[in-house]
Design a protein around this ligand. Structure first.
Ligand SMILES: Nc1ncnc2c1ncn2[C@@H]1O[C@H](COP(=O)(O)OP(=O)(O)O)[C@@H](O)[C@H]1O
Ligand SMILES: [Mg+2]
Length: 383
């Protein structure tokens, strides 16, 4: 938003005189625009989700089914990231408390100058906080099926969640919805297709995410193969930017094929985690992809290689692999058929089922490297 556009404000106020007072103060200036006055606390959240103001002011003494501070709590928990200012009178003191979503308190009576100042400063603080919370997007890819993309993406996402970053996992294998079958979600579980096409709000997103018992939230692929093409690159971009506003880390399980949607995902990714195994087809395809990524102009550091099943080399030696890739792969994960098959059958992550296993430790090490990364999260630089 540029400086010339006014900040959009919603006031939740059931006392007409107070609403009138605020209107009067705002009439004299151009910095803030009052987009609505909501008199019923029970209708406020819907209106806020609909109109997406920059700042909301709630009267602490709001009466009705949803009282003032309860509404503030609801707005805060809704995760919309819209700051709330509580308006109150001296007889009813309220403390500023960002943890509870009270970004500032305005005591009656206040001047137009004070009102504008508080709204602008709360808005700026919220913008800064959102920027420093810049999240990371990691896509797990291989130009071939059956190499462990879905297994690794799921377990990596869970491991990242365990490391304390809120994590969302996106099923980018839009045709086959690999995570659907891995997690055994019901056919009618909502998918990316259930998002509205025009104006996706964070609340819509929360409604369609699958909350997995492993602690991460998952955006599922469409339930049928032929629905995949209904998802456009633009849809995917919108969904990602929305997810990145809410989650610290977004992980995508990619399809093996490259199309418009996967290119949008590759572009947006901080790291393309490319899974390789010791078989000649994978390696040949990996080279072809490396060539394509170079042609697109991705910096070499954007791709990190994970050798999966590193201890089961099939005819190709580690030295051969290094020679072919042109460098030593950044990560490796051992093979553990028994644990992986058992956990995948039950739809649970092995990193939780057996954290002591070598394979789990391997995955956690990759997760730590990606989450920590040794770089400032706010830098905004692409690797
Ligand atoms: N490190 C591993 N050790 C043992 N089995 C594995 C390992 N990684 C993947 N697998 C197995 O390989 C198969 C393919 O894995 P999957 O994650 O579905 O691959 P992709 O998504 O690339 O098609 C699965 O049966 C899975 O159990
Ligand atoms: Mg898969």
């Amino acid at each position: 938003m540029t400086d010339t556009q006014p900040l959009r404000l919603i006031l939740v106020e059931d006392v007409p005189q107070v609403a009138q007072y605020v209107r009067g103060l705002l009439a004299a200036q151009a910095r803030l625009q009052l987009v609505d006055v909501v008199t019923d606390g029970a209708k406020a959240l819907g209106q806020i989700q609909q109109l997406r103001p920059d700042v909301v002011i709630v009267d602490a003494l709001l009466q009705g089914r949803v009282k003032g501070l309860r509404l503030v709590e609801q707005i805060h928990q809704g995760g919309l990231g819209i700051p709330v200012i509580v308006l109150t009178v001296p007889q009813n003191p309220v403390e500023r408390d960002p943890e509870l979503g009270i970004a500032a308190v305005l005591g009656m009576p206040f001047s137009g100058f004070e009102l504008v100042n508080v709204v602008v400063s709360v808005h700026n603080a919220s913008l800064a906080a959102n920027q420093s919370r810049r999240s990371a997007l990691h896509v797990v890819f291989a130009p071939k099926g059956g190499v462990g993309k879905t297994t690794l993406a799921f377990n990596l996402a869970v491991a990242m969640g365990q490391l304390g970053t809120s994590t969302a996992l996106v099923d980018g294998s839009l045709q086959y919805g690999d995570l659907r079958s891995l997690l055994k979600v019901p056919v009618d579980a909502p998918s990316i297709l259930d998002l509205p096409t025009d104006r996706i709000g964070e609340a819509d997103l929360q409604d369609v995410l699958w909350r997995d018992p492993s602690g991460i939230d998952i955006l599922l692929a469409p339930p049928r193969v032929e629905y995949a093409e209904m998802v456009t690159p633009r849809d995917m971009e919108k969904v990602l930017s929305m997810l990145r506003r809410v989650y610290g880390t977004v992980v995508v399980d990619m399809a093996a094929t490259i199309g418009d949607v996967s290119l949008a995902l590759f572009d947006a990714a901080d790291v393309i985690l490319q899974v390789v195994t010791y078989d000649s087809t994978t390696i040949r395809n990996t080279l072809a992809v490396a060539e394509a990524f170079r042609a697109i102009g991705y910096p070499p550091g954007k791709v990190q290689y994970v050798v999966n099943r590193v201890d089961s080399s099939g005819g190709i030696s580690p030295d051969d692999l290094v020679r072919v890739l042109g460098r030593a792969p950044e990560h490796s994960v051992v093979s553990d058929g028994r644990l992986v098959v058992q956990c995948n059958n039950e739809g649970i992550p092995f990193v939780l089922a057996n954290p002591g296993a070598q394979i789990s430790q391997d995955v956690v090490r990759i997760a730590s490297a990606l989450v920590g990364g040794g770089r400032p999260v706010a830098a905004g630089s692409r690797r």
